[in-house]
Design a protein around this ligand. Structure first.
Ligand SMILES: Cc1cc2nc3c(=O)[nH]c(=O)nc-3n(C[C@H](O)[C@H](O)[C@H](O)COP(=O)(O)OP(=O)(O)OC[C@H]3O[C@@H](n4cnc5c(N)ncnc54)[C@H](O)[C@@H]3O)c2cc1C
Length: 583
């Protein structure tokens, strides 16, 4: 390397981009003790509010990252979503109050709060370094790692009000870092994706929308009439109305033929549009911006030691609020795999499953988002009347009505057959390759805790009324110990063993809990198993296998095979950051 500044570091992972995806990934790697450098081109956080919604699966990821309490405190949870007609009539609502994955399903957030909280909390990890005002410009990879060149940003944003960039004359001061892996979480215009020559497939949509972000003035209380998230299905002006935490609120208006960006961003036009819904004098317009959106997914998610994640890998129309959430899922999927490979617990090929697992799910989210867009943005009066009739009919149809009212049209966290790390699904209800439920369980001391709190962040074996350790041969034991595994016995509620013949002490290696809600027992039953069955759970809470205890060793032999694990190759301590001078 012939750079002006020749300081070169060797770290486990460099992440390019400190958006929600990069920040989540940095947490999940930092908590595992890996050395991470995050390069972020913007010198300061510029306050771009884009995402407004996230779901229960992402809350579960934030729980795993140890940040959920700090984020949830600033969220508006359990918020019904609805389709509303132009005259205010509610066409239909969808919401669920149960929590299959442990968290509320419809949660509204303010993205700048989420991002700044995630960034601040990264300070807890001494092995994670955030470098702002430095942009990745290029990289080269070889068998051992990636050499990343970064330089001072010369063209950046101070504010998102206008979405314009400011050019600053600055010394680029190019430097290099050496990393075992590079993750491009650098957004839709990803430099990393471009440099890898990865194409995207899908569509760019021509329909522009105007986003108007509002902040209610101090002392005002002017949003009581807009408590829920609404798609306003007005053929003359399809509108999205988003509640947000604190004093914030967002509207999105679809531009009709003939309307231009310049017209629509005019303050008087914005005032007229929001006046239909709120008293404009009680609000400050924080942002007004016309944008178009894309429905694109990258054809490859990995090339050698370099990955792309988040918007760099997929661009999702915002109508199901899944763009950021898909990026958070990417981070969760990738983090434990990088950790396993870097610590010698799995062959590098495990990392290929990142793309195969995530691609189809991200694509499914894009497809449903496009369908929702088409559904809410009909401007033809005849088709929109037909749509309204259809919705009304569906909502009173027994099975379909529930499907819609509970928002079950959102793709479930299930990986495509033959694409995931796990045993093949034997039938439609087999749990392999699907996310396990997360109910509350009851501890011996009578505390209710969310299941993941006892499962931890590594592999877990859950035995239904059985101690999974009793069914492990020495080779399985060796594998599980090397991988870092927790053992759990789940008893049906009020069915703990008791009496004179029961062992009086429990080794701390086994956690015993009761299924306080019955949801876990129901999960085993739905999957075709009863007492004595054992679930092998991956670190990201997807099921590797569910088997009878007599088949456990066979399932674990398959895990060993799929990980291509070779005993004795584990790196006990994480690779530490090594500074060295390059030539
Ligand atoms: C109007 C609108 C509404 C939306 N609503 C929702 C919603 O409700 N729910 C939802 O889940 N999603 C929503 N989204 C999508 C969501 O905002 C994005 O999917 C999400 O922000 C993507 O996160 P990311 O971290 O992958 O990328 P980004 O947020 O784009 O972050 C990428 C980061 O990389 C940095 N960067 C770029 N290039 C470089 C470089 N060369 N070197 C170093 N750093 C670099 C950038 O400065 C940026 O900080 C919405 C989007 C829009 C436009």
């Amino acid at each position: 390397m012939n750079n002006k500044n020749s300081t070169e570091q060797m770290v486990d992972v460099v992440i390019s981009g400190l958006g929600p995806t990069g920040a989540t990934l940095a947490h999940l790697l930092g908590m595992r003790g890996l050395s991470v450098i995050v390069l972020e081109r913007e010198p300061t956080f510029y306050g771009n509010a884009r995402a407004v919604y996230t779901d229960d699966e992402c809350m579960r990821v934030m729980q795993a990252a140890g940040v959920v309490d700090e984020l949830a405190i600033n969220m508006q949870v359990d918020t019904p979503a609805q389709w509303v007609l132009a005259n205010g009539e509610i066409l239909g609502q969808y919401w669920r109050l149960d929590r299959p994955f442990g968290w509320p399903i419809i949660n509204f957030l303010y993205q700048p709060w989420l991002e700044t909280t995630l960034t601040d909390l990264l300070k807890r990890y001494p092995s994670v370094q955030v470098v702002r005002g430095r942009e990745l410009t290029q990289f080269e990879q070889d068998d051992e790692g990636v050499t990343i060149t970064h330089q001072a940003t010369s063209n950046f944003r101070f504010s998102d009000d206008t979405d314009t960039r400011t050019e600053i004359a600055t010394d680029p001061d190019p430097q290099t870092i050496r990393a075992r892996y590079l993750v491009g979480a650098d957004g839709g215009r990803s430099t990393v994706r471009e440099a890898l020559g990865i194409g995207m497939s899908g569509k760019n949509f021509p329909e522009p929308w105007l986003v108007v972000d509002l902040e209610m003035k101090e002392g005002e209380d002017a949003l009581r009439h807009l408590p829920y998230f609404s798609f306003i299905c007005d053929p003359e002006c399809p509108t999205v109305c988003c509640p947000q935490p604190g004093r914030f609120h967002r509207f999105e208006f679809m531009l009709m033929p003939g309307q231009t960006k310049e017209q629509m961003e005019d303050p008087q036009v914005v005032r007229a549009l929001i006046s239909r819904h709120v008293d404009p004098d009680k609000f400050i317009v924080k942002r007004k911006l016309v944008y178009t959106f894309n429905a694109l997914v990258a054809k490859d998610w990995r090339k050698g030691r370099v990955f792309i994640a988040g918007d760099a890998a997929h661009m999702t129309p915002q109508f199901m609020g899944q763009g950021m959430s898909s990026g958070v899922r990417d981070a969760y999927n990738l983090a434990w795999k990088l950790d396993s490979v870097l610590k010698g617990r799995a062959n590098d090929r495990l990392l290929d499953t990142y793309g195969t697992e995530r691609f189809h799910h991200a694509k499914a989210m894009i497809d449903i988002s496009v369908q929702m867009k088409d559904f809410v943005s009909m401007s033809n009066p005849i088709t929109s009347r037909l749509r309204n009739m259809l919705v009304k009919t569906v909502l009173v149809t027994p099975f379909l009505g529930r499907y819609v009212r509970e928002g079950r049209f959102k793709p479930a966290p299930t990986y495509e057959l033959d694409s995931y790390l796990g045993l093949p699904r034997k039938h439609r209800r087999s749990p392999e390759g699907t996310m396990i439920p997360q109910p509350e369980v009851r501890t011996f001391k009578g505390k209710r805790v969310l299941l993941d709190e006892v499962l931890g962040e590594g592999y877990a074996l859950i035995g239904l009324n059985v101690d999974p350790r009793e069914h492990l041969c020495p080779a399985s034991r060796q594998l599980l110990e090397a991988q870092g595994t927790r053992y759990l016995t789940l008893f049906e509620f009020a069915k703990r063993p008791q009496g004179q013949n029961v062992e009086r002490t429990n080794t701390c290696e086994l956690t015993e809990v009761e299924d306080a809600s019955g949801e876990m027992v129901a999960w085993f039953k739905r999957s075709g198993f009863s007492s004595g069955a054992i679930a092998v759970v991956r670190p990201d809470k997807f099921t590797f296998a569910m088997v009878k205890s007599s088949d456990l060793d066979r399932a674990l032999a398959e895990l060993k095979f799929q990980l291509q694990w070779v005993p004795g190759q584990e790196v006990v301590a994480p690779i530490s950051s090594v500074l060295r001078k390059s030539a």
